[in-house]
Design a protein around this ligand. Structure first.
Ligand code: F6R
Length: 242
């Protein structure tokens, strides 16, 4: 595991964007696993800059997002589909036919998860970008009694609803479930880039990287992956002396 200590959020974003950009330059038809939330916004901004400078061509890139809230349409400004268009896709030359995000409006969970499993199986992920929840979730793989391999319909943990309510008018409006890629599928990515910023991530980053590997702390499984790059700012990595 490589650990980069970034000065701050902007620096973290720059390093993460450099890695994703290098991947696209070396393999223009790369499949990128993408995350949403606060952590990757800066990374996407840097990628847009590289594209606008003429340095990055998304024309052949395939993307697979980690997750989507259930019950939100693509036009809902809190859906992850909307987020991806707002923060990345609308500003680069991505082919929207190559974009994959679960359909949060599909009521048949088994059907949606099977479809997503097929998409992931057909498009091996070259680099997976991850954020981490304060409870150690990755994607919406919440703490549980077992690591779930495949896509599934996840019940969001109280801590996740609490953390994500900042984006909604009220806590009641935060969706309670989501479709998410599974831990096994994340672990099959050839390379993983985990970004974390801010004091609120310091404890969980220490436990995830140095504590026991257990499904009660999903991100701890990353200790078993052979190509993980962690990029954190000083605050997020303050307990990690390395
Ligand atoms: C989002 C996702 C989540 C977030 C995590 C951290 O697609 O998969 O696991 O990465 O909740 O969120 P932020 O970055 O908002 O702290």
């Amino acid at each position: 595991m490589k650990i980069y200590r970034a000065k701050d959020y902007d620096h973290m974003s720059q390093i993460a964007a450099n890695i994703l950009a290098a991947q696209i330059v070396l393999k223009p038809d790369s499949c990128l696993g993408l995350a949403t939330g606060g952590s990757p916004v800066g990374t996407y901004k840097k990628l847009i800059e590289k594209h606008k400078n003429g340095d990055l061509d998304f024309g052949k890139v395939v993307t697979i997002n980690l997750d989507e809230y259930c019950g939100l349409s693509k036009d809902n400004d809190q859906s992850y589909d909307y987020y991806m268009r707002e923060y990345l896709f609308n500003h680069v030359n991505i082919n929207f036919g190559n974009v994959n995000i679960p359909n949060g409006l599909e009521p048949d969970a088994a059907k949606e998860c099977k479809l997503y499993d097929e998409i992931i199986a057909k498009n091996p992920i070259d680099v997976q970008l991850l954020g981490i929840g304060t409870n150690g979730h990755i994607g919406f793989n919440e703490p549980s009694a077992e690591f779930k391999f495949a896509s599934h319909h996840a019940q969001l943990a109280e801590a996740t609803i609490e953390a994500n309510k900042r984006y909604f008018d009220s806590e009641e409006k935060v969706p309670k479930t989501a479709y998410t890629m599974g831990i096994g599928q994340i672990m099959l990515s050839k390379k993983i880039v985990l970004i974390a910023s801010g004091e609120s991530k310091a404890d969980i980053m220490y436990k995830a990287l140095h504590g026991p590997i257990m499904p009660q702390l999903p991100a701890s499984v990353l200790q078993m992956h052979r190509d993980v790059t962690v990029i954190g700012d000083e605050a997020a990595l303050k307990h990690i002396k390395q």
